[in-house]
Structure formats: C-alpha cells, structure tokens
Write a new protein. Structure first.
Ligand SMILES: Cc1ncc(COP(=O)(O)O)c(C=O)c1O
Length: 431
C-alpha cells in the first residue's frame, strides 16, 4: 500500500481533529464532501498571517510588505498545484459560487443572446445558476443539460456531443459529481468544447482533494476550487487562461487594478486565506517526499515543485481507490455496501472502474429513514456523516432530495471504514 501504517499515523497527526472532535469525542470524519478538516499547519499559517500581517497591501512598512508576500506566495503555490503557467492566472474570491457568478457576468458582456451553455445533470448548483442567470438576462438562449446513464451515474457522452453546436459558448462541467462521486472525462469533453471554440469551464470543487488537477493538460479555460474542500480555510480560487483574463471585462470598481488577477478580485484580499493554502501545499510536499521512492522516473517532465505535487496527488488517488474498494467490498468478516441487500448505492460500483470515481458514496437503506441511519451511525459508531441535499442537480434528477453521503479523503483509514460498515450492518440487523 502506498501509505503504510506509520505514514497514515503521521498524516493524521497533521490534522488536529482527525481522530477526535473538540469535545474529545473519538469519531471518524466522513463528511469531507461538505467541508474537509483543517490541516494544523494551514490553521497556524492563517493565524500567523492574521496577527503578523493584517495590514493592507501597498504600504512601505513590513506588515504591509509581508501581506503582499504572503498573497504572492499563495498564488505561486496554487499555480504550481494546478500546473498553471503563472501566478497571475490565479484569482481569489469569497467562494466558488461568487467566482462563477463573477465569471459568468464577465463572459455575459461578450454574448449576443443567440448562444447556449452546455452543462450536465450532475452539477452542483454553483455550476448551474450562474449560467441560468445569463439566460434570464437575455445573454444566452438556453442552458443545455447532458443526460446521465442513470444506472451507473455517469455522463452520456454522446448526448453531450449532440448538445454542443456552433452556438455553444461555454461548456461548464464538474470534475466530479458531489453526489455520485463520478469523475467526468474532462480531457475528452475539453476537446469537444475546443472544436466549436467554446470556453471550457471546470468546477473542481468536489474533486480537488482526491487527485491531480492539471489545467494545462486539460487545456481548460477556467477552473475553480475552494480552500475549505482542500484542508484549508474558506475562500476559493479561479484559474483562468491569461488571454481570457486579459480580454474579459469583469464588473469592477474604477480604481481597482486594470490587470489580472486583481481586476477580477472584488474588494480587499484576505492574506490569511493565501497563507493557509500555502500551508496545505507545504503538507503535500512533505507527503510527496515520503512516497517519492515509488515514483522514480515518473512525472520527470514537471519541474521540482510541480513534480512533487503531481506525485502526492497521484499517491492520494491510489490510496483513496483502496478506500473506495473497502467501502464497497468490506473486509473478511464485515460485508461492504455491495453485499448488503438493503443498501442502494448511486454511482459507479464496478470494482474495475474505481478509477472513474472519487470516494464519495451516496446511498439509502431500505425501510430506514435517512435521518435515523445517520443518527445511529453517529451515536453507535462515532461516524460523522449526514443526510441531506448537497445542492447537487443530480439529486433532483434522481428525485432524492435527501440522501446519505459518506465522503472520504486521505486521512481516513481502513479501520474507520470497518467501524462504519460494522455499525451500518448492526443498524440494519437490529431494526
Ligand atoms: C462540485 C461543487 N461545486 C461548488 C461547490 C460550492 O462551493 P462554494 O461553497 O465555495 O461556493 C461545491 C460545494 O459543495 C461543490 O461540491
């Protein structure tokens, strides 16, 4: 296994709340799709930035200079993480939702009302309503939704291809569904978008902690992700191709910078958010060094820092694929979700295709209300998860306004999965 027991313990030690909550209650945190736990180092960097460089940028004194330096370092860290060509292609904002509205308004200024936007039936609403809003304001004709292969929870790629035409200006796709865990075939979709000269926009918010994200390999025009889904603080990042960031005219106040990234950034920057994300990238570099002996001769086309980040995300992806398998197949004496007849899983369950999904599982249990399952998982097993609506369009397509979801990341363990499955099996048996 790519992470041995000792290394997993070290990873967990880097997250102050990996094992217990603030009350000291031991629990397994399986609600990462909603927000990941904070890395200790990110929280510390954030606090230090708040205390030491709370001043605004542009002053001649040290605190102000340091604020600028922290912001710049954060942009470089994010650019390297995404393999973006330059830190000036990294825009920060309050949330992915805010950044996508900002982007849609800016792109909307260039549209005539004849265009369309193509998206999918499994987006988060963050990647739906900023485009629907363009329709309401007469900037586009319509938003088109790609159907799903409902049985397996994947995109109907032929349908997506049919929806794209010469009037398609934007193809906006999630990197992974936050309900189903399904990863989108982004490279293939990006090529379809390019064929008609449409902007290819990727919502990487759900997928970001689970595997490598490479904006140049994807050749995407824009990509967003949020810090609180990547072990950091709230606040989000948008990558944009330099030519688009230069050309677009976002809503801005007159004295704000004329050039990117500043021209897209509304109000004063939060340096602490940049400090925190740098802390996360440092954690990834540490972990990368721990596993690098497995990667001799691999990813050598990337420069040092970018190579480290590629390696770590590849390793995380491998580890998490193992977690997905354990959730589905269980252990010698504990049935996995696939072996429990009362459980219905939404999303890919084919063990040969686990590389097409993130370890996010939405499921229901026959004859037991969702709330009861999650409450008992919590009370009897210390499993922190939830049932609800995750702003996923897919939930409306599947007509599942409330669904139980577990979502795992690289600090989760096989032991935790074993406790989860044991408890779930007990809940079903003892009802
Ligand atoms: C795929 C996806 N996109 C967007 C969002 C919303 O991100 P934010 O809260 O930063 O606006 C989420 C949050 O769950 C998400 O999973």
């Amino acid at each position: 296994m790519i992470f041995n027991k000792e290394l997993i313990e070290q990873i967990r030690a880097a997250f102050p709340r990996a094992t217990t909550d603030f009350n000291g209650r031991k629990r397994a945190f399986f609600d990462n799709g909603t927000a990941t736990l904070v890395l200790g180092r990110a929280a510390k960097a954030e606090t230090d930035a708040r205390i030491n460089c709370s001043a605004n940028v542009g002053g001649i004194f040290d605190e102000s200079k340091q604020a600028s330096a922290v912001i710049q370092a954060g942009r470089v860290a994010v650019a390297d993480f995404l393999n973006a060509p330059s830190p000036t292609t990294i825009v920060s904002g309050e949330s992915a939702t805010a950044l996508l509205f900002n982007l849609s308004y800016a792109i909307g200024k260039e549209l005539t009302g004849r265009e369309n936007v193509v998206t999918t039936d499994y987006e988060h609403y963050t990647n739906v309503d900023p485009w629907e809003e363009l329709g309401k304001r007469g900037k586009i004709q319509e938003v088109r939704y790609t159907k799903l292969n409902m049985e397996e929870g994947t995109l109907d790629i032929n349908h997506l291809q049919e929806l794209i035409d010469s009037n398609t200006k934007i193809v906006a796709i999630t990197a992974a569904s936050n309900m189903l865990g399904t990863k989108s075939p982004l490279e293939e979709i990006g090529k379809m978008a390019k064929e008609v000269g449409a902007h290819f926009v990727v919502d990487a918010v759900h997928h970001i902690p689970h595997g490598p994200t490479d904006v140049q390999a994807l050749d995407c025009d824009f990509l967003i992700f949020s810090g609180y889904k990547l072990f950091s603080s709230h606040g989000s990042f948008l990558y944009g191709k330099e030519e688009h960031l230069n050309a677009l005219k976002p809503f801005k106040v007159k004295p704000a910078p004329k050039n990117p990234p500043g021209k897209f950034e509304w109000g004063t920057r939060n340096q602490a958010m940049f400090a925190a994300i740098s802390g996360v990238i440092d954690h990834f570099c540490w972990l990368s060094n721990e596993v690098q002996s497995n990667y001799e001769g691999k990813y050598v086309e990337y420069s040092d820092h970018k190579r480290e980040l590629k390696i770590v995300m590849d390793a995380i992806e491998q580890y998490e694929t193992g977690l997905s398998k354990a959730v589905l197949t269980g252990f010698d004496d504990i049935p996995g979700l696939l072996d429990i007849p009362e459980v219905t899983i939404y999303g890919i369950t084919d063990l040969e295709r686990l590389n097409e999904r993130d370890p996010t599982f939405s499921f229901e249990v026959a004859n037991i209300p969702e709330e009861e399952v999650v409450t008992r998982l919590w009370k009897e097993g210390g499993i922190a998860t939830r049932a609800g609506h995750y702003y996923s369009y897919a939930q409306d397509v599947y007509k599942k306004p409330k669904i139980i979801r577990i979502s795992l990341v690289h600090y989760n363990t096989f032991e935790e999965i074993s406790t989860f499955l044991k408890t779930l099996n007990k809940i079903i048996k003892n009802r």
